[in-house]
Write a new protein. Structure first.
Length: 139
């Protein structure tokens, strides 16, 4: 049995296909969705979405947050930002993390600390997604 999965960002559709299982970073913790799952509507936090395909392979995506809708035969993930994990640029993310940490430690700055904290959390989630992908693929 499979469930149809759509992952959509503000710009484009990132993935559409059949899966045996979907794992997503819901606000209350990671959820696993199998075919026939009870209807569910949940907010997502920044993190990794894993889609286990019917052929046994697994795809990984980063989402910045958003909404998860589950129906018995369909899973829809809507996110402002969504990317395939393999497309994330680790060097760029490390620099962004360092910049966000520096901004947060600068108490004389007039910057928006809430925005900096959100950016730091998203950057850390992206880096964790890259690290998990690397561990799974043995790289």
């Amino acid at each position: 049995m499979t469930v149809h999965v759509d992952i959509v960002s503000a710009e484009k559709e990132i993935f559409s296909g059949e899966a045996e299982m979907v794992f997503a970073p819901a606000i209350q913790g990671e959820v696993g969705i199998a075919p026939g799952h009870a209807p569910l509507l949940s907010r997502l936090g920044p993190g990794e979405v894993r889609v286990k395909l019917a052929v046994g392979s697994e795809l990984a995506f980063y989402v910045s947050g958003g909404m998860l809708e589950v129906q018995p035969s369909t899973v829809t993930i809507l996110s402002d930002t969504a990317e395939r994990a393999e497309d994330l640029d680790e060097a760029l993310l490390v620099k962004a993390k360092e910049a966000a940490e520096a901004a947060l430690s600068d108490t004389s700055s007039t910057m928006d600390f809430t925005k900096a904290r959100v950016e730091l959390a998203e950057t850390i989630a992206q880096l964790q997604t890259i690290q998990r992908l690397r561990r799974r693929s043995g790289r």
